[in-house]
Design a protein around this ligand. Sequence first.
Ligand SMILES: [Zn+2]
Length: 400
Amino acid sequence: MAIDLSKMPMIDDHCHPFMPTREKKTFDNCFTLSLIPPDSYHTRNTLLFKMVRKEMIDLLGLDPAISDDALIQARNERYAASPKAYVDLLLQDAGMESMLVDYGFPVMGSRLAAEELDWFHEVTSAVPTRRIHRVEATFHPMFEQKLPFGELEDMYLAELRDEVENCGTIAYKTVIAYHTGLGIRPIGRAEAAASYERFLSNPSDRAAEKDIRDYLVLQAFELCMDYDIPIQMHSGAGDAPMIDVKLSSPLLMHEILSDPHYRSLKIIFIHTAYPFVEEAGYLVNQYPSVYLDLSSMIPFSSIGVRPKLRQIFEMAPFTKVLYGSDGFTIPEVSWLGARVIRKELGLLLTDLVGERIIDEAYAYDAASLVLSENARGLYIRNWDKYSNRYMSADNLTISN
Ligand SMILES: [Zn+2]
């Protein structure tokens, strides 16, 4: 008896807009996380690319012996001929019910233009896309303008409030892990204001930068608790060489996690905190309002997905783990992630039924929680406000 998850609805709780205008690398090289220019010779010899190849051949009905070059050409032609039809095919194959989109991508680089977002919303109009707001997208431009502290604070909080009250935002996200790490410490207003002055006069003062970033993220935590929305914390791996991965372990959040003041703050460690997967599963077990999203580990850890899911569920309840892909740049990442989770979670649950730890009925309940129910239960506020239907791109303020 195999647990078959092929028909279950799926919510991708963390992904980014994709668009051909941002597709600067060849298709094979889009399946790497590094910002250092990749080399097809190596990329095509990863097990991840072998999985991409196999699933694309299956989806497009190609000859299994097709060369990598011909496969990529076939994909490019299909996408270019009718982007909407191609994306519809991927969304349908993935069984996608909704995508929860962080519009603050890329971490560095030029802003997404209104036309790019309109294009994205048009091609994904078959499913609701819901809005996640990255807090750094609000305060980075204010750093650049060197706004005085009081003004920075007022404008920052006003924009974060506006996001929830008027723009349909369902969650905030922070990439503080990329900048000064997850070792966030509580800091008072006066100390933060003084550190901000030091940071403006010397942008390479890392201690001062950490203080002001910690302070602003803590302000976002307060709003999360007021509005009862979760915060997605970038944790674990990201784009090399920008991120110092050792600063992105969720274990560094101990001071915040253990503070009773933040007990109602719903924290979602995203990207499975990869490679700190076991650690993340442990924290999810220990702290009632800590959750884990599986993006990036799925699909990027290829054959590692199933053993790592097993590690997570050593301790994490099925009620606190959510499927996500971290799809970006190309539409296939989210699609591949959906195929991978259906297969690998199905096989893991089949094993657990075989080991007589759970029964078949519970296996389907557990899968349903991870694939969609947990997302519906956690992102409550603004759930009925869709980005691609509710608002025009003109209202979206996007930056690094
Ligand atoms: Zn992401």
